[in-house]
Design a protein around this ligand. Structure first.
Ligand code: BGC
Length: 363
């Protein structure tokens, strides 16, 4: 696959060269690429609190990967309680220490404008990692898995899982979304609703509680306990006598909290979606409990972000593959989007074949 991609990329470059176009990677005219910087420069990485396993993994991968690339790395996590302030202070410190690139997984995408501006004023390049930074001109690139696609895959998995359990609807479902301070949350939800809304409209799906607005479905802080208590309330208010057939969950942490709630209520486990390929959820999928997750290999995403830093170090403009989807309210942020993969029990072994941590769980 990698070889195929490389060949295709080479062919594309050759074609562009023939037709007189220059490739993005070869141009040095990007405003933020400037003249590069020393190869052993400081690269800052500001991550949110560890609300899911992907963030835990990312920290170690950034430490190792930046070192291997010859950079000095400064990897920080926002704490569990004062997350926004923590992260703002950490980014300011990175700017003061002279970081040339600051890679940010936002704790709150709407509250980093001042820090992004300070980074730019000091000549640093700002890369939004996994989560977009909103309402600022001072973000240069976005590197993430395609969030809308994640939502579409979750919506489709919910439909597929329901159909596999019971050939025809109507199906009773409930909807959960992520934290409202995360710019990804509405994108996941809108992606899922693009698949589910037509089925709600035609009566195939019935949202028992009637709670279909993202304000009603949100899970503050992406916290398991918040999803669990909302599920507890929904079961009491709406599913006393009725069965619940499916739940749209935006990630694995929340999926397991929802399943815990349903089990405690003594009800059969509905079809529950997820995201992140957390080890506990992969086990749950193999045990026939959680229905699906999404594979967004953190190793690949971190490598992509570090590659961007390497290209910038040389004074070149990093490759992007999307220049229209991620409008942050001030600008459309050039993005490099990776493809997410849906995983159910049926394809788990294949999906994690190259992952030494997850692959054994599928045997
Ligand atoms: C990430 C998800 C993660 C969630 C909670 C999102 O921004 O894209 O992978 O599950 O944050 O940590």
């Amino acid at each position: 696959m990698r070889k195929l991609l490389t060949t295709t990329a080479i062919a594309a470059v050759a074609l562009m060269a023939l037709s007189g176009c220059s490739t993005r990677t070869d141009t040095t005219s990007g405003s933020s690429a400037a003249a590069g910087f020393p190869a052993d420069s400081l690269i800052g990485v500001a991550l949110p609190s560890k609300t899911s396993e992907n963030w835990v993994l990312a920290g170690g991968l950034f430490e190792d990967g930046l070192k291997a690339a010859g950079f000095k790395g400064d990897v920080q996590y926002a704490g569990a309680s004062t997350t926004v302030k923590d992260q703002q202070d950490q980014i300011s410190a990175m700017v003061t220490k002279g970081a040339k690139v600051i890679i940010i997984g936002a704790a709150d995408g709407g509250q980093l404008g001042t820090q992004a501006k300070a980074a730019h004023d000091a000549g640093a390049i700002v890369i939004a990692y996994d989560r977009l930074i909103l309402n600022t001109d001072n973000v240069d690139y976005y590197v993430a898995y395609d969030n809308f696609k994640v939502g579409e895959l979750q919506g489709q998995a919910l439909l597929d899982g329901l159909k596999a359990k019971k050939p025809a609807g109507p199906y009773n479902i409930e909807l959960f979304s992520g934290s409202s301070d995360d710019a990804n949350a509405p994108v996941f939800f809108n992606g899922a609703m693009s698949v589910l809304q037509p089925k709600i409209d035609d009566g195939t799906l019935v949202v028992g509680s009637g709670q279909t607005d993202i304000k009603q479905t949100a899970t503050a802080g992406w916290k398991a306990e918040n999803a669990q208590s909302r599920m507890d309330s929904l079961l009491t208010s709406t599913y006393g006598a009725k069965a619940i057939d499916g739940v749209l969950s935006p990630n694995d942490t929340l999926a397991r909290a929802i399943i815990t709630s349903v089990k405690a209520a003594g009800k059969p486990i509905p079809v529950v979606t997820g995201q992140d390929s957390e080890a506990e959820s992969v086990k749950s999928i193999m045990a026939g409990e959680q229905y699906s997750t999404i594979n967004k290999d953190t190793r690949v995403l971190v490598a992509q972000a570090i590659d961007m830093a390497k290209v910038l170090q040389k004074g070149k403009t990093p490759e992007v593959n999307d220049t229209k989807s991620y409008d942050n309210g001030k600008k459309i942020v050039p993005a490099f989007l990776l493809p997410p993969v849906i995983v159910t029990k049926a394809n788990a072994a294949e999906a994690y074949a190259n992952d030494p941590k997850l692959s054994p769980l599928t045997k």
